[in-house]
Write a protein that binds this ligand. Structure first.
Ligand SMILES: Nc1ncnc2c1ncn2[C@@H]1O[C@H](COP(=O)(O)OP(=O)(O)O)[C@@H](O)[C@H]1O
Ligand code: SF4
Ligand SMILES: [Mg+2]
Length: 342
């Protein structure tokens, strides 16, 4: 487990918010100043070599968080520091250097690889952009990378359509590792893959992390995926970070009612426990980020909500060392350790 007490963070996200203008015509308010509050005042840190899992339902702002960190989209407020440097103050040249150290693996291995480029061109592209080595040296590195990710280096001149979904994701992974970055943002890298392939790709990511010491921001909509890979986990709901802790604490003693409901939906291998345990079913669908609820954004679905929750926004308090929770009534909800793989 990563000891976060004495280490300097690789990445520091401070009070990050991102709002998008509501589309013209939406709700017939062409000149409306309404905004989609996709990410709202979130803060967290990622330490060298660790995996930080970011979890929450579709639309809660995970990809926007990842894209804001990479500066693929400009945050509305807040700051992102990479190795102590504020990325909003970097000029183009500095941003390009920083991007060498920060790569992205996308959810959809079908859409994210250019169909007209060979595997060799795709994997070597980051090295070409950053002028690393000669063409021969780059191709040699590509062969090594293909081998490391479990693909046949002789297939370097093939095109993406000649590969299966799992193999294409391996190509995407090889490309992300081409420059040996310090951080890779993995945005739901196994969600589009068959369940049978998911574990193989997760194991590959873990092996590569051990080999290269890379840190991951690992985005998923399902706690069961991040459980096997994360050192620490942050849970998002409607643009807010609602709970953050080391993964063992989060899985065994979740404090936030939303985390508790997500955990209660994770299948348990033991049929006796599965039959008898309490399932927390949330009422309704998540509200729209165009019009987020007042007070605690979760209050419209929270089984523990009180009058206060619709008025006062809970702050993100440290309930135990390294364990943060945004709930007025945060309490541990002990889940039997046998429920999870420790
Ligand atoms: N470019 C954009 N323009 C307008 N709204 C956006 C844009 N990107 C994302 N959103 C909205 O922001 C919210 C969060 O989206 P996203 O970060 O993609 O969530 P997630 O990755 O958790 O599914 C959603 O309501 C989405 O519709
Ligand atoms: S603050 Fe209130 S509504 Fe929000 S999670 Fe806690 S109990 Fe539920
Ligand atoms: Mg997403």
């Amino acid at each position: 487990m990563t000891d976060t007490t004495e280490r300097t963070p690789l990445l520091k996200v401070e009070h990050l918010s991102k709002e998008f203008p509501a589309e013209a015509g939406m709700f017939a308010k062409r000149f409306s100043k309404r905004v989609v509050s996709a990410v709202n005042d979130i803060s967290f840190e990622i330490y060298p070599g660790e995996t930080f899992g970011l979890v929450g339902e579709s639309g809660c702002g995970k990809s926007t968080t990842g894209r804001s960190i990479m500066r693929l989209t400009k945050p509305t407020a807040g700051k992102v520091f990479f190795e102590g440097r504020d990325i909003s103050e970097m000029n183009k040249h500095e941003l390009k250097d920083m991007r060498r150290e920060m790569q992205f693996i996308f959810q959809d291995p079908y859409a994210s690889l250019n169909p007209r480029m060979t595997i060799g061109e795709i994997v070597s592209e980051p090295m070409t952009i950053h002028n690393v080595g000669t063409k021969e040296e780059r191709m040699e590195t590509v062969r090594e990378l293909l081998d490391v990710v479990g693909l046949n280096p002789e297939h370097i001149n093939r095109y993406p359509h000649e590969f299966s979904g799992g193999q294409r994701q391996r190509v995407g992974i090889a490309r992300a590792f081409a420059l040996k970055p310090k951080l890779i943002i993995c945005d739901e890298p196994v969600s589009a893959l068959d369940v049978s392939i998911q574990a193989q790709v997760l194991n590959l990511l873990k092996d590569l992390q051990d080999k290269f010491g890379t840190a991951y921001l690992f985005i998923a909509h399902d706690l069961s995926v991040v459980q096997h890979i994360s050192d620490r986990v942050g849970v998002m709901y409607l643009g807010k970070l609602v709970e953050l802790s080391d993964w063992k604490t989060l899985y065994t003693e979740p404090h936030h009612p939303y985390t508790q409901s997500l955990l209660s939906a994770v299948p348990v291998p033991d049929p006796d426990i599965q039959r008898t345990r309490k399932r927390i079913i949330l009422a309704g669908d998540p509200p729209s980020p165009l019009d987020p609820p007042s007070g605690c954004r979760f209050h419209t679905r929270c089984p523990m909500a009180s009058e206060r929750c619709s008025q006062d926004q809970p702050s993100f308090n440290e309930v135990a060392p390294g364990h943060f929770c945004a709930c007025h009534y945060a309490e541990p909800f002990p889940i039997k350790e046998s429920h999870i793989d420790l």
